[in-house]
Design a protein around this ligand. Structure first.
Ligand SMILES: [Zn+2]
Length: 337
């Protein structure tokens, strides 16, 4: 009997390792600390609602770098020798972020960097400048981000004053600039810095640790390029990632998204192979045949996805999963993938 139950436990463990929630077990959850550097795989404890209700949270990532979270938007703060550099300034978080920076250091804010031209991530830069009444704050972005802000007519963020090239140097600290993480938006930019032996990556709207991705993979502009971004993130050399939302990110979080996308693509291929295109050619309405066919494949793939990923996160899955399959289906169909 004893032997049997041990076997059962082993079997349960093996099955669990196949489920989508197995990743959670690897991480260490602790309250946010602005003094103690998070160790590898350490995350900030607390649920989604809790994170929303706190004015801000600060987690130290290295000697000089901090993760700051406000209203479930995350930014990177670098404390230099004389001043502070902030990467991103999400809308409706500016005042909390300034309070968080004040809690970390007395040094003045000297620069704000934009990761991409989405106003929700950079829109409070103008409010921050106004609050500080300080003209000595540089606004950094790549040419691509600056151009996107202008061409899209995004006027809420403060205008860019310094264009970034392949590196961003701030008070002796050097960030490597990655312009090829361009699936979410063509201008999306990653920033990688090594500080005190820790490699911190700031890469926004690509991975949402501890949850499924936001709808349509965060309203992805190019789903295939986005899939490639996920593969690139795994090849890059970094230890911890500031992801823009939810929790701290690690390679294990990226692997989860990589597998999720691979499964979606695989299930779409299966649905495609099973679907009878001619069965949908029965209405004179333009596109009705396309709608019937695409719905059949998307529903088929979503049902298979549910078998692996829905358990334990039913509400979340039902809100976003079909949008993931849908956006990937159309991107694959257009490219005959
Ligand atoms: Zn975005």
């Amino acid at each position: 009997m004893k032997k049997f139950s041990a076997k059962k436990v082993l079997l349960a463990a093996a099955l669990l390792s196949l489920t989508a929630n197995a990743q959670a077990a690897e991480f260490i959850y602790k309250p946010a600390s602005m003094t103690e550097i998070a160790v590898n795989l350490q995350k900030v404890e607390g649920g989604h609602l809790e994170r929303f209700k706190k004015p801000y949270e600060i987690q130290r990532l290295s000697d000089n770098i901090y993760w700051v979270s406000a209203a479930n938007y995350n930014v990177t703060v670098l404390v230099g020798k004389e001043g502070v550099l902030l990467i991103d300034a999400p809308m409706h978080t500016g005042k909390q972020i300034l309070k968080a920076i004040k809690a970390i250091t007395d040094k003045p804010l000297r620069g704000i960097v934009y990761s991409h031209a989405h106003a929700d991530h950079v829109g409070d830069s103008s409010l921050i400048l106004k609050e500080l009444g300080d003209e000595n704050i540089d606004i950094y972005a790549t040419e691509e981000v600056s151009d996107a802000l202008l061409s899209h007519g995004v006027t809420l963020p403060a205008p860019v004053t310094k264009i970034i090239g392949e590196q961003l140097v701030f008070e002796g600290h050097t960030f490597e600039v990655y312009k090829d993480l361009d699936g979410h938006t063509p201008d999306n930019t990653g920033f990688l810095i090594e500080d005190g032996g820790r490699k911190v990556l700031h890469a926004i709207d690509l991975v949402h640790p501890d949850q499924l991705e936001f709808r349509s993979f965060s309203n992805v502009e190019n789903a295939i390029a986005y899939k490639n971004d996920i593969d690139k993130l795994l090849k890059m050399d970094w230890d911890v990632m500031v992801t823009g939302h939810s929790n701290l990110g690690y390679k294990e979080d990226v692997e989860f998204v990589q597998q999720y996308i691979r499964d979606i693509q695989n299930y779409i291929h299966q649905g495609h192979a099973n679907a009878d295109f001619s069965a949908h050619l029965k209405s004179d309405t333009p596109f009705a045949w396309y709608a019937g066919y695409s719905d059949e494949v998307i529903d088929f793939a979503t049902d298979l996805l549910a078998k692996k990923y829905r358990e334990g996160r039913e509400e979340e899955f039902d809100i976003v999963a079909r949008s993931h399959v849908k956006v990937m289906f159309w991107a694959m169909l257009a490219r005959a993938l």
